[in-house]
Every structure is written in C-alpha cells, then in structure tokens.
Write a protein that binds this ligand. Structure first.
Ligand code: GAR
Length: 192
C-alpha cells in the first residue's frame, strides 16, 4: 500500500501497448484536483501503440522500450523511472510480462487492469473464453502486480452482463467502458 503524503500528487507512469483508452481515462482523472496521482510518463513496448498520441496531446513524456532484451529494457526503464521520480506504475493494456526482479523494485506500487473477473480468465482472449463457457456475466479487475501473471491482490472489480447477442467484440466494448471508470476508482482506493 502507498500512502499519500501532503498534497503533492504521486508521480505515476502508465505502461501501454495498444489503443490507450485506459491511459486516456487515467490522464483525465489525474487532472481532477483531488486525484492522488499525476501522470508524468508513458512507456510502451512498441511505437505502434496508438495510445502514444496522448503523450503529445496531453504533453506527457513518452518513451519506447522494445523488450527484445527484457533485462536490458527493464534496467533502462528503472533508470528512467528514478530520473523522473516516478513512485507508482499503472499497467493499462501493457502486453509484456515484467520480471520478478523489476516488480520487486516497485513492490506494491504496480497495478494492472484486466478484462475479466479474476481469478477467472487470466491471460489473453478473456471474452472469447467467457462466451464459450456460456458465462452469464464477466467484468474487469484492477489488481496489484506480482510475479505471478494476473494473480496479485484484487483492488476492485465490476461485473458486466453477457447477453445471447454478445460476441467477443461487443463484450470487449461493454467491458472497456466499465474499465474506464474502474481504474480511477481503484486508484482512489489505493491511496485513501
Ligand atoms: C483493456 O481491455 C485491458 O483490460 C486489456 O487490454 C485492453 C487495453 O485497452 N489488458 C489486458 O488484456 C492485460 N492482460 P486500451 O489500450 O484501450 O486501454
């Protein structure tokens, strides 16, 4: 757990690999006066991540690390995080698995958003699997990141109904809409 000290916002980095819609919702949230975090750095493993556009739009520093050599990338990320005085990390659609060595350095200070009701449907293609298993509902989870994939302590979850009309695309859209509310709510829970 991290406690908010004084009135200064906690400098936060968001790691992305894709569209960055969760990044956008976190940036918007961080601009609210009472938000406990500020987004000061965006990290991606690919320059193809569409979400990188928010770095320019909101004037936030961005940096790409390829993760072709994981140890090398993580070492350089840690250096950058230190230089930028980053104290908290939000993974938001970041599709690389961080090593336990990296996670240890930010123990209890990394969160992730996952498109299922963990502990159900860890990993990829969560919506396809939920539909295939004829689940009546699914959802999204924000959890602390530990060395074991999608297994850290759960901070908060939201349920989403699955109807007979749903396919993985429509379900992903419905869940994503909830994710955008859930991540800010999780951050408030972490720091209050
Ligand atoms: C979100 O649905 C997020 O939960 C998921 O990727 C999407 C990213 O969307 N993350 C994972 O699957 C992590 N295992 P975004 O780039 O628009 O925020």
């Amino acid at each position: 757990m991290v406690k908010l000290t004084g009135h200064k916002k906690i400098k936060t980095a968001v790691f992305i690999s894709g569209a960055g819609s969760n990044l956008k919702s976190l940036i918007k949230f961080s601009k609210i006066k009472s938000a406990p975090i500020s987004i000061n750095l965006i990290i991606s493993n690919t320059n193809k991540a569409k979400g990188l556009k928010y770095a320019n739009f909101f004037n936030i520093k961005k940096k790409i690390f390829t993760f072709k050599n994981i140890k090398h990338s993580e070492k350089n990320i840690l250096k950058l995080l230190k230089r930028e005085k980053i104290k908290f990390i939000c993974l938001a659609g970041f599709m690389k698995i961080l090593t336990s060595n990296f996670i240890k350095k930010f123990d209890g200070k990394i969160t992730n958003i996952h498109p299922s009701l963990l502990p159900k449907y860890k990993g990829l293609n969560t919506h396809e699997r939920a539909i295939k298993n004829k689940e009546k509902f699914t959802g999204c989870t924000v959890h602390y990141v530990t060395a074991k994939l999608d297994s850290g302590k759960i901070i908060i979850q939201t349920k989403v109904n699955i109807t007979v009309k749903d396919n993985s695309k429509s379900l992903a859209k419905k869940v994503l809409k909830q994710e955008h509310k859930l991540y800010p709510a999780a951050i408030l829970k972490v720091f209050n």
